[in-house]
Design a protein around this ligand. Structure first.
Ligand code: COA
Length: 388
């Protein structure tokens, strides 16, 4: 039996456009908040795992592992993880495994700077997460790749643009009171359907935005939490990660994401739970179709059946399984290397009762986070539970 990994503190910057802020400046803020939240000093940290995807492109800054350790006052080993948009979800998993391997205090998180460059430059930088030989050379961008997945889903299982629009409307609604979200703005289905086309079938509101932001979490062992009398109400009880080929053309089925299936099953088994036990989820809705694919891959719905979940109110704030109460990537924002850590930060607050949307899930004891890289060529899933 593996031990629980307690979350002693979390922090994140507001996501959005802060083109003057460096990745290091934002990570210092997020980590500082996590240290304050936990009541732990940086010198207690035994290792740092840090997610970042496009630092070389956006601010000509590589080698960010030791850079970020220095910035936050940590003198322990520090590693930068690149797993595209799943970078900090994978960083969290490394932290969980390090605590299970015997460490007492590990800092995890990530940071990304995207709004200091143009949308065209950001699109080019992001496409490095696709297959350079077989996709990027043919002109594939991420809005384009996920459009292929959406159209393929419609062909295989049915569904409409309007079904997807409800996902965007729901996530914007959830973000209305979240001051850390990039868009605190209600939209309706007509807004989504009438928005300028980005890549058919997607309009502007089917897409997550480019964002600046950082996230951090302090993970501690059960023994450390007890010894120091830390108030750790939430623990990570399950972790799973899986990979797939980068190129969509090699997938057996375009509108399915087997890496998420595998990562989800591993996380459930690790935590000793089933999908039915999950009360609330934060999933990687980089495009509206991505939320649908996530819900099916994670076992909440059969393939082809999650397309109407938001429309039917099953995943809204008052639904049976509230999804993306933070606003998700769609409305909270998506600074890619920070997103997985932000899901942990938001879920921790939701479960311990100090998130603006906590009241909607006051009985929740089990939360799930799903963080995907590329067209889900990498995926990290975590189960968080309220512990005594
Ligand atoms: N949702 C809602 N509003 C958005 C938005 C989004 N995704 N993206 C931008 N906006 C708004 C901006 O706030 C701005 O509003 P304003 O005029 O009231 O200030 C306006 O739209 C134009 O913003 P801009 O930054 O110029 O957007 P753009 O048209 O250059 O780019 C996208 C929009 C959708 C193409 C771009 O955000 C994008 O490529 N997103 C996908 C990112 C991605 O692929 N991530 C990786 C996922 S795997």
């Amino acid at each position: 039996m593996v031990s629980d990994v307690h979350i002693a503190g979390v922090g994140m910057t507001a996501f959005g456009a802060s083109p003057e802020r460096t990745a290091r400046d934002m990570f210092a803020q997020a980590a500082g908040e996590a240290f304050d939240d936990a009541g732990i000093d940086p010198d207690a940290v035994e290792e740092l795992f840090y997610g970042n995807f496009m630092g070389e492109f956006a601010e000509v800054q590589g080698h960010q592992g030791p850079l970020m350790a220095d910035v936050v006052g940590v003198s322990a080993p520090s590693t930068r993880i690149d797993s595209a948009c799943a970078s900090s979800g994978v960083a969290v998993r490394h932290g969980v495994n390090r605590i299970r391997g015997g460490a007492d205090v590990v800092l995890v998180g990530g940071s990304e700077r995207m709004k200091n460059i143009s949308t065209a430059e950001g699109t080019e930088a992001l496409s490095a997460a696709a297959d350079a030989l077989w996709e990027v050379k043919a002109g594939v961008t991420f809005p384009g790749a996920y459009s292929l997945m959406a159209n393929s889903y419609f062909d295989e299982f049915g569904g409409t643009r309007e079904d997807l629009a409800h996902v965007a409307v729901k996530n914007h609604q959830n973000a209305l009171e979240n001051d850390l979200a990039q868009f605190q703005m209600a939209i309706d289905v007509d807004d989504v359907l009438e928005a300028p086309t980005v890549s058919s079938p997607f309009g502007l509101y089917d897409c997550s935005p480019m964002s600046d932001g950082a996230s951090a979490a302090l993970l501690v062992s059960e023994a450390f939490a007890e010894e120091h009398g830390l108030d750790t109400d939430v623990a990570i009880t399950g972790t799973g990660q899986a990979s797939d080929g980068l190129a969509l053309q090699d997938r057996v089925s375009i509108p399915e994401t087997p890496a998420a299936v595998e990562a989800g099953e591993a996380a459930y088994e690790d935590a000793g739970i089933t999908p039915e036990d999950v009360d609330v989820a934060e999933v990687h809705d980089c495009f509206t179709i991505a939320e649908v694919l996530a819900l099916e891959s994670l076992g909440f719905y059969e393939p082809g059946e999650a397309i109407t979940a938001a429309r039917e109110g099953e995943t809204t704030i008052d639904g049976a399984l509230p999804v993306n109460l933070s606003g998700g990537l769609k409305a909270k924002g998506h600074p890619v290397g920070a997103t997985g850590g932000a899901q942990i930060s938001e879920m921790t607050k939701l479960l311990r009762g100090d998130h603006v949307n906590s009241d909607a899930v006051s009985d929740a004891t089990v939360g799930l986070t799903h963080n995907a890289g590329g067209t889900v060529a990498s995926c990290a899933v975590h189960v968080l539970e309220v512990v005594e």
